[in-house]
Design a protein around this ligand. Structure first.
Ligand code: NAP
Ligand code: F7E
Length: 354
């Protein structure tokens, strides 16, 4: 039985990857941080409580800023595959916590691969780094592929670029099997609530149900290449099954603006939305109720923005035989469908996990 170690196991991607690897027969070890409130709702169905544990799913306390914990866990588990999904992953928050974001997102990766080297795991184990389209930032060409030069636009993007390059460096210097998956935005019902897709889907569902008046947003014109997180985790695993380590773009090849995302959510909720006004005074109105349901709030504007991202994942298609199946419209339908059910049935455990 193969053993795997996942950082960020209770995040969106960590939860899907854990399910995927357990189904493949792996023994999964996940690293969680201590927090004063429990934040394991995405993995509760895998790791219920002390007396009812999945026999192949284990959690260990650790932190990407704490080398000794990483070393201890790695030495205990001696994994075959390590997936570094842990990060302070919110771009806007990284402007407010730049040093911490660099520590976790940049140095965190270094701590892991250095621990592998010290324990001799660089000779036996494989390492995956969750790189990001945010490294392309102010894009120099469209679509972006594995050879597109980087131009990060946030402390998050800069920190992730360090991690990306240090993995490449260890590959060249020590022969580490280190893979960078350059993942474009991927979403799901399990997306964190302050990322724009989840905020819009959940917010407009609440508006529809009369639980909230408006959704306040920043820049509506930014365009993203939004894919479905669950299928991106299969791509990540496939990268780790290759003979040689390499870097791969994972994307849909299509992009849409935040405005289009709002419009598609409204279509799913049978809300006829009309836009009124211009510039920062523009508002989204529900044509039936005449109520303002979308407002702009400068609080959500970033000091530097990434205007547009669109990925070319033809290398992944050719070498990994991977391509996305879930379209933009399907993704919105999945997210809105889940939010409708879970908010209508809030408190009902059955609907808490998709
Ligand atoms: P997420 O939902 O925000 O999950 C992040 C995970 O990292 C959480 O489990 C979090 O634990 C953990 N974490 C945060 N700080 C940590 C620390 N100091 N030590 C250990 N763990 C820590 O992110 P995601 O969407 O699943 O993304 C997974 C990875 O892919 C991240 O590295 C992200 O930067 C990268 N990525 C994501 C996307 C995307 O569109 N989703 C695209 C490209 C790359 P807590 O719950 O305790 O905070
Ligand atoms: O913003 C705009 C915002 O926070 C998307 C992370 O997973 O993907 C994610 O980073 C766009 C930006 O994701 C609001 O300005 C407007 O242009 O959902 P987001 P992100 O910044 O693209 C990359 C690939 C990662 O690697 C990251 O870890 O939407 N936007 N209004 C807003 N964004 C937020 N969050 N909130 C708003 O109110």
């Amino acid at each position: 039985m193969k053993k795997t170690l996942i950082t960020g196991v209770n995040g969106q991607d960590g939860s899907y990857l854990s399910e995927f690897l357990l189904a493949k027969g792996y023994e999964v070890y996940g690293i969680v941080r201590r927090s004063s409130t429990f934040n394991r709702w995405r993995i509760d169905h895998l790791h219920r409580h002390l007396f009812d544990r999945h026999k192949n799913f284990h959690l260990e306390y650790g932190d990407l800023t704490d080398s000794s914990s990483l070393m201890r866990i790695m030495k205990k588990v001696m994994p075959d595959e390590i997936y570094n999904l842990g990060a302070q992953s919110h771009v806007q928050v990284s402007f407010e916590t730049p040093e911490y974001s660099a520590d976790v997102d940049g140095l965190g990766a270094l701590r892991l691969i250095e621990a592998m080297r010290i324990l001799g795991l660089d000779k036996t184990a494989k390492f995956f780094q969750a790189s990001t389209s945010e490294m392309f930032g102010k894009v120099v060409e469209t679509p972006q592929n594995e050879d597109t030069p980087f131009y990060p636009r946030s402390p998050y993007g800069v920190a992730k670029l360090y991690a990306h390059w240090i993995v490449k460096n260890y590959r060249e210097a020590y022969g580490l099997f280190g893979v960078n998956g350059i993942l474009f935005n991927h979403e799901s019902p399990r997306r964190g609530e302050n990322f724009v897709t989840k905020k819009i889907s959940q917010g407009l569902v609440r508006v529809k149900l009369g639980l909230q008046n408006t959704v306040k947003l920043g820049n509506l014109e930014a365009k993203r290449d939004w894919g479905y997180a669950k299928e991106y985790m299969e791509a990540v695993w496939l990268m780790m099954q290759q003979e040689q380590p390499d870097d791969y773009i994972i994307a849909t090849g299509e992009n849409h603006s935040v405005r289009e995302f709002i419009e598609e959510v409204c279509r799913n909720l049978d809300i006829s939305l009309i836009w009124q006004g211009s510039g920062r005074e523009e508002k989204g109105i529900d044509a039936k109720t005449k109520k303002v349901i979308i407002e702009l709030d400068d609080h959500y504007l970033r000091p530097a923005e990434v205007d547009t991202l669109k990925g070319d994942s033809s290398k992944a298609k050719k070498i990994l035989n991977w391509q996305p199946k879930v379209t933009f419209k399907e993704l919105v339908r999945i997210m809105v469908g889940y939010d409708l059910k879970s908010i209508q049935h809030s408190g009902d455990k059955e609907f808490l996990i998709d």
